[in-house]
Design a binder for this molecule. Structure first.
Ligand code: IMP
Length: 195
């Protein structure tokens, strides 16, 4: 007897790591995200991850005409009043991990929150699933796994950065894992949404 068939759902992203992490959760609950990097990119300028994710998902659905998820995430650093937050991808591309560490040189308060919002667009509209993880910004980068700011984020309760963990370990603790678990619960209650 083979493994039960996983129900597929398109994931409009070009980030293979995000797909891998979301699938750690989705596969356990009978679904599988499949990367669809081809949908047009709509990046609404907004300070709300929810607004950005919802607009991108609605645009992807209008293009693909099939149920699709989009994820928008950000790192909110306490000592920087939440910066880079919704601008995390731009900040990562411009000043990167080193630049962020420089902004925190001599700063004792290392607290930060990673937030992930997954938006599912389907026939019935757009539904949002939010996940968060509290943690601390390390003094220097550690580890080679993951992506983005993973080498400097130590989740609460751990001594290792996300980049020092496997995708499975990271997802147990991460913002994206939490958002994906909410999505999974919702899909179980609304299986017709994927038709
Ligand atoms: P995006 O706009 O959702 O792709 O994410 C914004 C940026 O936040 C990314 O480019 C990464 O730099 C950072 N980011 C989001 N999620 C994570 C994560 O799980 N680990 C590390 N960095 C992340």
């Amino acid at each position: 007897m083979g493994a039960p068939r996983l129900r597929r759902i398109l994931f409009a992203t070009s980030n293979a790591r995000k797909v891998e992490e979301v699938n750690v959760v989705l596969r356990r609950c009978g679904f599988e995200a499949v990367a669809h990097p081809g949908a047009p990119k709509v990046e609404l300028q907004s300070e709300s991850l929810e607004a950005v994710a919802a607009a991108a998902a609605a645009a992807a659905y209008a293009f693909l005409r099939r149920p699709v998820i989009v994820e928008d995430a950000g790192l909110f650093v306490d000592a920087l009043n939440g910066f880079p937050g919704p601008y995390s991808s731009y900040v990562y591309r411009t000043i990167g991990v080193r630049g962020l560490l420089k902004l925190l040189e001599g700063v004792e308060d290392r607290g930060a929150t990673f937030v992930s919002v997954i938006a599912l667009a389907y026939r019935g509209g757009v539904v949002l699933f939010r996940g968060e993880v509290r943690g601390a910004i390390a003094r220097e980068p550690r580890g080679s796994g993951g992506f983005g700011f993973d080498p400097i984020f130590v989740p609460e309760g751990s001594t290792r950065t996300f980049a020092e963990m496997s995708a499975e370990e990271k997802t147990e603790l991460s913002h994206r894992g939490a958002a994906a678990r909410r999505l999974c619960e919702w899909l179980r209650e609304h299986p017709e949404a994927l038709e």
